[in-house]
Design a protein around this ligand. Structure first.
Ligand code: SIN
Ligand code: MN
Length: 255
């Protein structure tokens, strides 16, 4: 299983809790909040599970952890937890890439076994920069990659155009759209990218990367908030972990 897609996996209440936590971390002055090149707008906020209790719970959420363990084995560590925002009108593309290219070259992760788990924090539609996947492209294996520093304001190991053409011409593309709360899981060598956001609607997506402990990093080139060093395996919390906290708060307030 390298690609799974589940609409409204997280409820409106749960997404509200996540959005409040997002506001908290985005308002911090932190090196882990990467801004757009020409504005003060946060493009990616990293290290979230260590910065806010809500994200600490999300990375242990059974709707993420249990399917991930079924696919990749029981002992998985949090390699990365972040939110990517694609601003209305100006949000830039992400070129075609495999996450493994970065994990392997920059972090020394041996094999493409990590999983990327997303939850949409906004509705994602055909106009506001959904992720595109080349279905089945993981079967072509890890591609060559080149480090693109010019196409967008975020340098990235990208799949060369001729490889995208060759791998993609006989395969389908999938555009990952859905309402806020939609969840996605995909593997480290699936080729994906996303177009610019020309629409008037900003979209934010939470992304958690879990990697088998036995496949852990062997280089520490990237900062800790981008590839976490703690390889303690995650364990699943209760299914209601995100909203129990706020319900408890309401009960206490009305008691
Ligand atoms: C995006 O947010 O559009 C790209 C994220 C990714 O490649 O993981
Ligand atoms: Mn990616």
């Amino acid at each position: 299983m390298v690609f799974s897609f589940s609409r409204s996996s997280f409820s409106t209440d749960e997404v509200e809790v996540l959005l409040s936590a997002m506001d908290r971390v985005f308002s911090e002055e932190s090196a882990a909040n990467v801004k757009e090149k020409n504005s003060n707008v946060v493009r990616t906020a990293f290290g979230l599970h260590l910065r806010d209790e809500v994200f600490g719970k999300l990375v242990r959420h059974p709707r993420f952890v249990e399917p991930a363990q079924q696919i990749a084995g029981p002992d998985l560590y949090v390699m990365q937890s972040k939110i990517n925002v694609k601003e209305a009108i100006t949000g830039e593309m992400w070129q075609w890439h495999q996450d493994f290219a970065t994990h392997h070259r920059d972090d020394g992760v041996p094999e493409p076994l990590a999983l990327n788990l997303h939850v949409f924090l906004d509705d994602v539609n055909e106009f506001n920069g959904p992720l595109y996947f080349i279905r089945g492209s993981h079967r072509a294996g890890a591609s060559d990659a080149h480090y693109d520093t010019v196409t967008t304001s975020h340098p990235l190991w990208v799949v060369p155009t001729e490889v995208v053409r060759k791998v993609g011409e006989k395969r389908d593309l999938v555009s990952a759209t859905g309402p806020a709360g939609t969840a996605l899981i995909f593997g480290d060598s699936l080729i994906h990218g996303s177009p610019p956001n020309l629409s008037p609607w900003t979209r934010a997506i939470f992304s958690l990367i879990l990697d088998p402990v036995a496949n852990r990093y062997t280089k520490d080139k990237r900062p800790e908030h981008i590839h976490h060093r703690d390889v303690t395996p995650v364990t699943a919390l209760d299914d209601g972990c995100l909203t129990d906290m706020s319900r408890l708060g309401v009960r206490k307030a009305t008691a």
